[in-house]
Design a protein around this ligand. Structure first.
Ligand code: ADP
Length: 539
């Protein structure tokens, strides 16, 4: 066979050759809608690539981006790797100190910033050392003098000089950092090959999420987080219409865009999707939607969410699991032929599992006794290997025990695996509750609590206990105007779990603290718990 390198340039070329008339639509910061075709996208991307090269970007150089989801960010996703550079999107929800640390650690050479995000950039620019700052004009005000204008440099690029980087599929193309909930953020490099294979695997209808040219896809997941789950690459590969929401991620703006652009597939973390469900439920007839699939991932998906979308709106919610380290999607919960014959209840039981590994991803799990049997019951830490799994962290010799001696990635997630390979994540190893020598899954408790009609969000943490060593403690956010007592919640859980699983204590709070990408921040809850406890003790 030919020695054909799997590179980002080949995705761009295919998009231009096959899908030139398909559209890319963006909601811009001034709320106007920008539309152009794949043909425009390809032409501008090539011009940008040439312009960046002229400004001094060479193979292996990193270009940071500080941008929302929009067409120019998509252009950067392609232009930078197409000249052998590495695109490095920065998570704009991190603190200025973390952003400075990350830019310095990555040794980024240029940065491309949304004009509306300049106030954030100004907060850390004195801490970093970049040779160029390029600004995307988005407002009436002119761009500050020492910065370059994205549109002006792009216009000056000559498409004919475009010389795509195709010589090494193993070269780095994309960089991202873990969100650093424990310790400093760690750098991760995706290669041209890993991105391409990951895109192929996620596209499969039978085991991935099944996107095709017929789809109109709106990724809610930000392009600054783990390559927006690879959507910008997978959608372009098959010529799907792409819709970008810009900075407007509230349920109302998203639903309006779903309606006006006839979006068929979207994807985001459960906390954002729950807001969309509540908005829909508040006036079910208001929106005429074409949505067929919602991809959920990033944290465990509550059963009521999958059930409500299916039964009330006829929308399939696919539960996926992943981590930044694996590009980032690793599994998806789809119906097998066996499950299609099962009852609706059993199908929902399946849908809340994390599902089956994507092609090329190998799984195993182990506990103190060794590798766990695939019996759907025994728990162990999940380990992975495959062509889109990291082999090491960037500039990190000591990866604090993240890899096994034979080179598999230790995920830190505690899972069971069924005999046919279906993964069910029980907890992160650091969140598992060990009570009286038995494991309790905080995710299972949270899922069940969020089934209660008056509960909006629930997060369960382990707290110290003199008799049992640890007990589960539940933080509850109620739905607007609703109340429920701790006793009612205990009774609600009583027939779902063994008695020792049921939390004795519940605390009602206004909001669960969340990470920069909307996951429950259990470390913050533990701090709240400890602070309260120590003030009680000292009081
Ligand atoms: P961070 O570790 O910084 O939160 P990631 O976004 O890479 O960054 O998070 C990966 C982790 O998120 C996984 O290891 C897992 O614990 C959790 N996770 C992701 N998807 C799911 C899911 N569907 N169900 C349960 N946990 C999930």
């Amino acid at each position: 066979m030919m020695d054909y390198q799997l590179t980002i340039a080949t995705i761009l070329r295919r998009a231009e050759d096959l899908y030139s008339k398909k559209e890319i639509i963006s909601c811009l910061p001034d709320k106007s809608i920008h539309r152009y075709t794949y043909d425009d996208f390809a032409k501008r991307t090539k011009k940008l690539a040439v312009a960046l090269q002229r400004l001094g970007i060479r193979e292996g150089d990193k270009v940071a981006t500080l941008c929302w989801n929009h067409y120019q960010h998509l252009e950067m996703y392609y232009a930078i790797p197409c000249i052998g550079g590495i695109i490095h999107p920065l998570n704009l929800r991190l603190s200025p100190a973390d952003l400075a640390y990350i830019v310095n650690h990555a040794a980024d050479k240029f940065i491309i910033v949304d004009q509306v995000l300049l106030p954030l950039f100004e907060k850390f620019k004195s801490e970093i050392n970049l040779s160029r700052v390029i600004v995307i004009p988005q407002m009436e005000e002119t761009i500050p003098q020492d910065y370059l204008n994205y549109e002006a440099i792009l216009e000056a690029g000559d498409e004919k000089e475009f010389d795509p980087f195709e010589k090494d599929e193993n070269a780095a193309a994309f960089m991202c950092y873990t969100s650093g909930t424990t310790g400093k953020p760690k750098g991760i490099l995706y290669s041209h090959r890993s991105i391409t294979l990951h895109a192929m695997a996620t596209l499969l209808g039978s085991v991935g999420i099944g996107i095709s040219e017929k789809d109109v896809v709106l990724p809610i997941v930000p392009m600054f987080h783990a390559s927006a789950w690879g959507f910008p690459y997978s959608c372009t590969l098959v010529g799907a219409t792409q819709v970008f929401p810009g900075p407007y991620l509230d349920a109302e703006s998203l639903l309006s865009l779903f309606e006006s652009e006839k979006v068929t597939v979207t994807g985001g973390v459960p906390t954002v999707i729950i807001n969309i469900l509540h908005k829909l439920d508040s006036d079910p007839k208001r929106y005429k939607l074409a949505l067929r699939t919602i991809v959920l991932g990033g944290s465990a998906t509550p059963r009521f969410l999958i059930q409500a979308f299916k039964e009330r709106y006829g929308i399939l919610a696919i539960h996926t699991w992943g981590m930044t380290e694996i590009s980032p999607m690793g599994s998806s919960s789809f119906m097998t032929s066996k499950l299609q014959q099962a009852s609706q209840e059993e199908q929902y039981d399946q849908a809340i599992k994390q599902g089956f590994p994507l092609p090329f991803l190998e799984i195993r799990a182990r506990n103190e006794m060794g590798f766990i049997p695939w019996d759907g019951e025994t728990m162990g830490e999940l380990e992975l290997r495959g062509p889109f799994v990291i082999a090491s962290y960037y500039k990190e010799e000591d990866a604090d025990g993240k890899f096994t001696p034979d080179g598999w990635l230790k995920t830190g997630d505690i899972a069971t695996i069924t005999e046919d390979g279906c993964i069910s994540i029980k907890d992160r190893s650091k969140d598992l509750i060990k009570s009286g020598g038995e494991w309790i899954s905080s995710l299972a408790l949270e899922n069940a609590l969020m089934e209660h009609p008056h509960v909006r969000e629930a997060a369960v943490i382990a707290v110290p206990d003199t008799k049992w060593m640890e007990r589960p403690f539940a933080y509850i956010v109620l739905r607007e105007g609703k109340t429920v007592s701790s006793r009612e919640l205990r009774e609600f859980l009583a027939d779902k779990f063994a008695k020792f699983w049921i939390p004795e204590e519940y605390e009602f709070i206004d909001a669960i603290p969340k990470t920069s990408v909307g996951k429950f921040l259990k470390a913050a809850l533990r701090e709240i718990y400890n602070a309260k406890r120590s003030s009680k003790t000292s009081g």
